[in-house]
Design a protein around this ligand. Sequence first.
Ligand code: SF4
Length: 331
Amino acid sequence: MSSPATGGEVLTEIVLAGPRGFCAGVERAIEIVERALAVAGGPIYVRREIVHNRHVVEALRKKGAIFVEELDEVPAGATVIFSAHGVSPAVREEATARGLRVIDATCPLVTKVHIEAIRYAREGYTIVLVGHEDHDEVIGTTGEAPERIVVIDSVKEAERLEVDDPTKVAYLTQTTLSVDDTRAIIEVLRRRFPRITGPSRDDICYATQNRQAAVKELGAEVDLVLVLGAANSSNAARLREVAAAVGTRAHLINDVRDIQHEWIDGVRRVGVTAGASTPEFLVREVVAFLESRGTPAVRELNVVEEDVRFALPHELLAIARQAGKQATPSA
Ligand code: SF4
């Protein structure tokens, strides 16, 4: 962290972390809802928040999407979209039983973790899933093999964990965890279960890793970090923690209205970043607010370039074909 500012100093610089904001999985999920609204006849239901950001959800609601918590709120035969966080097999089975037309917006990197869980379960492993048990993604992954998966989220739990056969243990991780905390947990698991197996790298996704790497550098250069994101967004919450871990004051905010003026008083450099489900316009609003507090320079701190894109799901393309429309805009 740079040297602390004193009360009389004014804001001289706004530093924007790069990458920040939307990841490829979130962009794809939002695009799926928008395209479904454009091509499918009839209402489009979305189970749970498509991504954890109320600005995104509200914008899609205004365009016509109907958000529900559970499938029993969706009329039989209607079209429903599963969120980017993924669902358990039980939810898929319920959709089939109710004759729902499903479009799956699960991020392909979450699907990869489901496939790993299925494989380890089939091979008879106890699967230690490092993650937050109340998060939609972990609930979905656990549903692949509930009798085989145990969820932990701390070094303490890793130390205490007991399994039937310590020689047959595998681990998986939620995609949006803290890289550093997860490494510490996996180290304990490796010490306690030397024959533990896992993915070649942990499952923390590229977007989470890159945003954390960027906020780490950002935190070292500024006096205050503002992280835009929802409190229930795992990756946004981790960004605040990573910034705080380098010794910088850091706040998680939904939008510009959450900024408290005393946070900025006497601060020379403010860093801004955004979670993977936070739209860029919220960053621009914060920058405009900070600019109104003086004449700070605005600088981009680009740590990694990203060019990841995921294809749209085949079921959306099939629905568009049926309707005689294109699921993607013509070039
Ligand atoms: S944060 Fe990672 S896993 Fe989650 S939607 Fe984005 S790319 Fe996919």
